[in-house]
Design a protein around this ligand. Sequence first.
Ligand code: M6R
Length: 598
Amino acid sequence: MCGIVGYIGERDIKKFLLEGLKELEYRGYDSAGIAILQEGKLLIFKAVGKLENLIQKAKDLKTEGFGVGIGHTRWATHGKPTELNAHPQMGEFSYVVHNGIIENFKEIKSFLKEKQFLSQTDTEVIVHLFEKNLEELGNPKEAFKRTVKTLKGAYAILLITKADPNSIYFAKKGSPLIVGRDKDEVFFSSSDSPLIGYAKEVYYLEDGEWGVASKGKIEIFEGSKRVEREFKPLTINKELAQKGGYRFFMEKEIYEQSDVIIDTMMGRVKEDRIELEELDKEFLEGVENIKICACGTSYNAGLTGAYLIEKLAKIPANAEIASEFRYKEPVLLNNTLFIVISQSGETADTLEALKMAKSEGLKTLAICNVDNSSIVRLADRTILTRAGIEKGVASTKAFTTQVMVLWMLALYLAQENLKKELKENELKAMTKTPLALKVSTSLHERIKRLSKRYLHGHGFFFIGRDIFYPLALEGALKLKEISYLHAEGYPAGEMKHGPIALADPELFTIALMPKNLLYEKIKSNVEELSARDSTICAISPVEFELADDFIKVNNATHYMLEYYEMAVVMQLLAMEIAIRLGNDVDMPRNLAKSVTVE
Ligand code: M6R
């Protein structure tokens, strides 16, 4: 969601801050700003819209010599995306950037009646409260400590002040914040990428930690207690996070899937079994059912996982949307293994669901792409998806790797009881997945050509059965996210219970028709739609004469291989439609990469 960067040192601060914000663009934002404190002078630049607007505004600013600076990309929560609401938010002599939500901002605001508020944000209370505390206590560190103590909700905060012009004050609770260093320089960011190539060592701040940093010195506190934390080397390679010749990060990430899935399986898919070093007998002892909780694409992967676990391991499993789960007063049984799935590891609803399960004493497992993320740190066990940094807001490789982890998990849970041939069949199919995910030039070209026929209409139905139903949900989600066309994923057998009323030539049906799973059933569902003149695009290895358009996938021997090929087809179709419509594929409107507010 919002992004944060900060810097203390001698290098060109403006450059570091703006480049850092550029790295965070993929998270989604609607305004941005920086504030720099150098030689006692406070400078601030803010702009609505793309970062380029901020870069233009600050183009004459020269920042040479020692200084401190903070920067922010904002995704509006309280107050519209305007320049006044953009961060840094200012007091009389201090500036703050903040990611998260201050839940008690109204109470704080009424307590600070004498202060003049310029924005509609919850963030602004932080800087005024700090200045009020400073008036009373006379010491910036004490004032910041008291400020942080008053705040309720979620936050990652960086604050600079003329009262201590060589320092940055920071605090973290519920939103990610990293502090990095290299000799005398200190860096801050809400995620790794801006720090790559700058910070040698980093520390991922924990909830409840706050502190103050100055040249060559980082003090971290927990409440009033000073704590020493171990900084670890930052080893991620920046090149991997670049676009590498593709038009969009999303396109690059679609193409990468065939390779990253190998990383996901590495050391886990063995010749005769699945090995998951993250799990053991003791951990799984007493587990009689499985609940999976996630949001968006991760939920679609989770629903696929629930089908696979029941199919292979015969353990009752279900998937729930985290934002629903949180408030429905769920009944949690202590023989349940609670699995959360998240690309970012920071999704607020998923994180809260995990906290609920933990507080009820359930065993918890995270399937996540970001090591050290909040979800990973909280869960009892984690299986990392190893997809690498995903920059496109529309998730692709995170999805296919999540599904792979779930498939491996299902087989892991099943393998003691599964017949040898069945187990071998699954393992063999897994090793063929990289091929199924490979994008061939001819397939991509065909989809590119076809996409021009799907730019209008009054809606899309993506339909499938069994695990192809969650895949249909995912296809529809991809399309609506980046093309802004209305699309729904539906269980094919359910169409006749209502949605078929919409069928006419302007209703586009994308039918997932695998040969290896319920082919005849889905075929008759598609025939019903065809009889009502819906325009049909069938994705299948089997020719289907009633289809208006047909995308042929390979004649695979396992339904999961068909699943993966179809996933790629739908990702490419959504992307090509969005490109033709002139949309920003990597940063679709209204969306954020990481949704750290509920
Ligand atoms: O980081 P998470 O996997 O927890 O994110 C969950 C959703 O916000 C995410 O999958 C979202 O739906 C994507 N934009 C889908 O492409």
